[in-house]
Design a binder for this molecule. Sequence first.
Ligand code: GDP
Length: 365
Amino acid sequence: MENIYCQGCGVLIQTTDPKAPGYTPKSSLEKEDILCRRCFRLKHYNEIQDVSVSDDDFLKMISSIRNADALVVHVIDIFDVSGSLIKSLQRITGNNPIVLAGNKVDLLPKSTNKRKLTQWLRSSANEAGIKAEDVFLISSTKGHGIEELTSSIEALRQGKDVYVVGTTNVGKSTFINRLIKQSTGYSDVITTSYFPGTTLGFIEIPLDEKTALIDTPGIVNRQQIAHYVSDQDLKIITPKKEIKAKVYQLNDQQTLFFGGLARLDFIKGDRQPFVCYFANELPIHRTKLENADELYNNQIGELLSPPDKETIGKLPEWTTSTFRITGEKTDIVFPGLGWVSVSGNASVAAHSPKEAAISIRKSLL
Ligand code: GDP
């Protein structure tokens, strides 16, 4: 096939991988103005669709932002902060200011302390080399916090372009689609601009005559649990509604399994509540620590599921992190899954697939 470029975003057209940039069905090649599916959907349905690219391409693409004078909005998933923060984003995008949008806030229990959560996001971002100008908690599906975020974007962009970046699955498309609806209403058609010769695959949504909101492709971060679970399992572990705490009164030498994707051993300490915040559909099993290994070996993918068969094949090896909690109410965070809140003295060992770095934070409640 000769090289054909999308008339919308300039990306090289391909007909083989629907998830990669530039995909268009073979049948569309006959048309006069060839658009990639992403631009086609934007043009005809006013809808942004996420595509993901390889690490190298992604770096190349977002590095080009350093040559722009713009505001960067980094959308992250508050359920998978370590997996969805793009490490060193600041260095990659040059001196452009960054606003952090912590998405999916509608899933948190009502009692969550938003101020503590914002602080935690800010400090997690700092650790990942990102100094955010501002941090917002939003829900792209429900609309919480969107007004505050858009006013801040308006103030900070000072008439410049806005780049929206994020790893896959954080809700970047849902966020942009909401902005599109808000600014245009359903009927207006969005036109994407064409830059001859570019293969960037950025999509531009005009904000006014001179500037645009620019959607960048997502990247699958190896630390994201979404990277190695099957689509079916992802549905189970992703909360769909506000999560309800499940409380387990544990004695030491007891273990909790979260499906078969994470495990928490209560090694030493007084009997106390372990308050678990996970997708309501994710089954939690309690067992004796001495039986935990055997239960895992015999029941992984059965009683302890998810993982399903497909996920088991891709699951990284497990690692263990130990923590000593000394009286201050603390959350043990399993990225992409949820967290367990403990308030007494406790020594615990937390296990999860290697890529998902378990951490602790001051309790958000
Ligand atoms: P993208 O890959 O970053 O573009 O993510 P999508 O916009 O496709 O969203 C990924 C998943 O997260 C979808 O199932 C969305 O419905 C869901 N999602 C996105 N934003 C929110 C939100 O604010 N709250 C909740 N509960 N789910 C969301």
